[in-house]
Design a protein around this ligand. Structure first.
Ligand SMILES: Cc1cc2nc3c(=O)[nH]c(=O)nc-3n(C[C@H](O)[C@H](O)[C@H](O)COP(=O)(O)OP(=O)(O)OC[C@H]3O[C@@H](n4cnc5c(N)ncnc54)[C@H](O)[C@@H]3O)c2cc1C
Length: 383
């Protein structure tokens, strides 16, 4: 059995655990991460839209504040990460166009536009013709759309790889093994028991295991986060040189009630996503999922049927009861949560790193994250 001690042990090395570890190490905390495959997780599947404005939903105005705060931090965050690693994370400021394919969609998009304006967000209404002028590959039936120049994108796979390297360079220790159990000593989180027999000890533990965060043995019921997996299937296509530029910005729509988006990357990849399914931890790519994505994407941009289909994958979003993350101290002393980022984890990476580093060094949740304390899910009468 090997015992090592650090100030902070992060359980889970997806983008959220990694950014937490990187920021903590930068603040001088001796930091370790336990994950059999750091840099894996949902970011391997995610499209990487940084869509604070086009992802706005009724009832999620509180989350909007955090999303916008993170979007604002993105350029400086990327510059710092790229400087620290020499890696390009594919941050692209080409904007997003959300379009309507029929009269119902248009009414829905008009309402979203009104909500965005009430929230002080920048978006511009365009006619169908104006949409097609911006993106000539759009279907002729497009009835109108919202141009949001501030909704950007990043490549989540490159982002993960850069975060792993940044952590290594900042001195973060990686335990490449699953945590089987949280260690609790005298009523306080004190480390973990790993599948390889190691038992790293730490003064503070951060649970950042994505959709698995609600399942770790040893965490008392009152401290377990109410996080569940929400499956998303995604396709990747290639845009051969002869077809470029196929799309110049991310394009999205709601087709028959399902969200579909196409995210073009500078390297010629076109990401088409995503289904949203409550299927437990199943990550099977299904014929039905692929069919629906291709059918809906084809309605939006008919020319996609010409493109090579290069990859199909499914991943799990860590969903929470209010679709917002859980950040900061749990009911168990010494145990912090950084999970439940659901469909915005890539967007929320910079602000999560800052918030968690602040909590770990000061014990206080910064103002921007107060509404996301895990205590909001505590049973009545328990603080
Ligand atoms: C289809 C799809 C599309 C998406 N698109 C976007 C998008 O466009 N924009 C956006 O902002 N977000 C998007 N997301 C959401 C985003 O990908 C997630 O919110 C984010 O990746 C969650 O990161 P995480 O680190 O919390 O969890 P995860 O990525 O799930 O990582 C958890 C890590 O914990 C590890 N782990 C689990 N259990 C243990 C254990 N017991 N011990 C040790 N390690 C453990 C796993 O190996 C994994 O590496 C999308 C997600 C999906 C699935």
């Amino acid at each position: 059995m090997s015992r090592s001690t650090s100030d902070v042990l992060v359980i889970g090395g997806g983008i959220i655990g990694l950014v937490t570890a990187w920021r903590a190490a930068q603040r001088g905390l001796r930091t370790a991460v336990a994950d059999p495959e750091p840099g894996g997780g949902a970011a391997r599947v995610a499209a990487g839209m940084l869509a604070a404005v086009t992802e706005l939903h009724y009832g999620e105005e509180t989350l909007l504040g955090l999303n916008v705060a993170s979007a604002e931090r993105y350029p400086a965050f990327v510059a710092e990460l790229e400087e620290a690693t020499g890696l390009d994370v594919g941050f692209r400021t080409s904007g997003t166009l959300a379009v309507a394919l029929d009269a119902d969609d248009r009414a829905h998009l008009r309402e979203l536009h009104a909500l965005q304006r009430r929230c002080g967000l920048a978006s511009e209404w365009l006619t169908g013709r104006e949409c097609r002028r911006l993106e000539p590959m759009l279907a002729p039936c497009v009835r109108g759309g919202l141009r949001v120049d501030g909704d950007h994108q990043v490549d989540p796979r490159r982002l993960s790889a850069a975060l792993v390297l940044a952590c290594e360079r900042a001195g973060v220790v990686f335990h490449r093994a699953r945590a089987d159990r949280l260690s609790v000593v005298r009523g306080r989180a004190a480390g973990a028991v790993l599948a390889d027999g190691a038992e790293p000890a730490a003064d503070q533990v951060v649970l950042a295991a994505g959709s698995m965060s609600g399942r770790l043995d040893g965490v008392p019921d009152g401290a377990l986060p109410p996080v569940r997996p929400v499956k998303g299937q995604v396709l990747r296509l290639a845009v051969p040189g002869a077809y470029a530029p196929f799309l110049s910005r991310s394009v999205r729509a709601v087709v028959r009630g399902s969200h579909v988006y196409l995210v073009p990357r500078e390297n010629g990849e076109l990401v088409v996503g995503a289904t949203s399914e409550e299927m437990g931890w199943d990550t099977t790519v299904t014929a039905g999922g692929v069919y629906e994505l291709l059918r809906d994407a084809h309605e939006l941009v008919p020319g996609i049927t010409e493109l090579p289909l290069t990859e199909t994958r499914a991943g799990l979003r860590p969903g929470s009861p209010d679709n917002a993350p859980l950040l900061g101290p749990s009911a168990l002393p010494g145990l912090h949560l950084a999970t439940g980022h659901y469909r915005n984890g890539v967007l929320l990476t910079p602000v999560t790193g800052d918030v968690m580093a602040a909590v770990l060094t000061t014990g206080e949740l910064p103002e921007v994250a107060r509404a996301f304390t895990p205590a909001r899910f505590a049973p009545v009468g328990v603080s």
